[in-house]
Design a protein around this ligand. Structure first.
Ligand SMILES: Nc1ncnc2c1ncn2[C@@H]1O[C@H](COP(=O)(O)OP(=O)(O)OP(=O)(O)O)[C@@H](O)[C@H]1O
Length: 231
């Protein structure tokens, strides 16, 4: 089995507040995994540790078989943080510019999009079914459409793992199912490992194939949870 995330004996605390104590986790290529748990249990913190945005107090994290401190291939990792849409709404940027901003390091000296990069933007927009909106202002799109654009923004670098932190907040119920179906397609057809934080248990049970509960500083795999224990 191809391990894409390995966590060994990880502990983390904010000042005096312990969040994770000696936890272990293995995520395999092609998993579609959700972290659930009460508010404040540490789901976002765990995601930030896995992305190298926070540093563990103890233990080891490996991404794509590389120790996280030595990991450099961040184009292989997509991340859609919790409030990305609020932040971007106020910018008068087009969909093309929002997606292109993730290709900055690949642009030429004049920071122009080459024909090849334009093609990659088109390909990502086709995957999320939003090609017709390439020249629209991001702030004029619905919550669900904007979330598709942020998924396309990560797809443009051809990631192997995508992390999403509560991606369905502010997305209406029909669009929520469409987003789950899109994530399922990316997971099954492109073999992208999808790791998300969500509170939406019904959809999680329907679409994901692994659920990890973050609670009392521990990680508990779905199969270890008893009925009614999930929150
Ligand atoms: N930068 C920080 N400094 C200190 N404490 C923090 C910081 N960020 C989060 N916390 C605290 O750590 C705990 C875990 O926060 P985290 O955001 O990871 O939880 P969560 O499970 O994602 O919560 P939610 O479901 O509400 O989004 C909370 O008690 C929070 O107040």
């Amino acid at each position: 089995m191809d391990k894409v995330i390995t966590v060994n004996n990880l502990s983390f605390a904010y000042e005096e507040e312990p969040i994770l104590k000696n936890v272990n986790l293995q995520v395999n290529r092609g998993d579609f995994l959700a972290f659930i748990g009460p508010n404040g249990s540490g789901k976002s913190t765990l995601l930030k540790l896995l992305l190298g945005l926070l540093t563990a107090d103890q233990g080891e994290i490996k991404l794509l078989e590389t120790e996280i401190n030595d990991f450099t291939d961040w184009t292989k990792i997509g991340y859609i943080p919790q409030n990305v849409r609020n932040f971007n709404n106020s910018f008068p940027a087009t969909v093309r510019e929002v997606i292109g901003s993730n290709l900055y390091s690949e642009m030429n000296f004049f920071k122009l999009l080459t024909a090849e990069l334009e093609e990659r933007i088109d390909k990502a927009l086709k995957l999320v079914n939003m090609l017709d909106y390439k020249d629209s202002l991001i702030g004029n799109l619905s919550g669900g459409q904007q979330q598709r654009i942020f998924i396309a923004r990560t797809l443009v670098t051809e990631p192997e793992i995508i992390f999403l932190d509560e991606p369905l907040t502010g997305v209406d119920i029909n669009a929520q199912n469409e987003l789950y179906e899109l994530l399922t397609k990316l997971n099954q057809e492109l073999e992208i490992t999808v790791t998300m934080v969500s509170h939406d248990l019904n959809s999680i049970y329907r679409y994901t194939d692994r659920i990890i509960s973050v609670k009392n500083c521990q990680l508990v795999d779905k199969k270890q949870l008893r009925e009614g224990e999930i929150c």
